[in-house]
Design a protein around this ligand. Sequence first.
Ligand SMILES: Nc1ncnc2c1ncn2[C@@H]1O[C@H](COP(=O)(O)OP(=O)(O)OP(=O)(O)O)[C@@H](O)[C@H]1O
Length: 265
Amino acid sequence: MSKPVLSIKNASLAFGDRTLWSNLNLEIQPHEFIAVIGSNGSGKTTLLKAILGQEKLSSGSIEFLGKPVARGSRRIGYIPQHRSIDAATPMRAIDMLRLGLDGHRFGLPITSRAANKKIEHILGCVDAFDLAGKRAGELSGGELQRLRVGQAVIDEPDLILADEPLSALDLAQQKVIADLLDRERREHNSAVIFVTHDVNPILSMVDRVLYLANGKFKIGTPDEVLRSEVLSELYGTAVDVVRNQGRILVVGTQDHRHHDDEEWS
Ligand SMILES: Nc1ncnc2c1ncn2[C@@H]1O[C@H](COP(=O)(O)OP(=O)(O)OP(=O)(O)O)[C@@H](O)[C@H]1O
């Protein structure tokens, strides 16, 4: 087995007397695709922030590429939870991608031919040639999200953290974003940690699920974790996991968003 990209050991995080998760142990290998699922407020975003070195653990440790995590690692690509952009911002789509290359540096932006080549390549990957000169505030939610993914992956990170990157997107755009991240990890061997409320759009890509609820968690393959008995135990109440035509529906919690056009026949 290769060296883990991320190594979380006995990690606990509490705010005041509220423990989000405790004794979390998780080693993530290059190329692994991990889905993080769980109730609102169960600590999914906080876990990503701890990995980014922005939130301090109450106990335990997190190592990225064998070193304790620290803020500002350029080897981690981060797609934060969806936020709208100020319509008046002068930043153009192409500037967003450039930021992914030199956002960690002070001083002059990179203008080398190599950087321009990378930007050109990523514009193609995220199907954004036509958007390059547009102001970020003019972009649709799906267009903006494609560029955010481009910004996060342009420097070929070893780890991609994606915080609900599919929220507010229609099914076609969800597939575009999920496929982009999957291609990125295949081409560059990046590991992916993908926070989501609905595992279905990424089910074919997911190697393991980390399911958080009620201060507890379960880790395993989707088949091991997404089961009625496992989730009922985690939630402490009856939860049904129903499978239909390769899709998974969790019934009995308020955690899973489904769209009307996803109704099962
Ligand atoms: N810095 C902080 N200080 C105190 N409480 C915090 C802090 N950051 C987050 N929390 C609380 O920790 C809990 C977990 O927040 P987090 O954003 O990680 O949840 P989440 O699982 O990502 O939720 P959602 O699915 O709603 O996005 C929430 O109750 C939140 O209010």
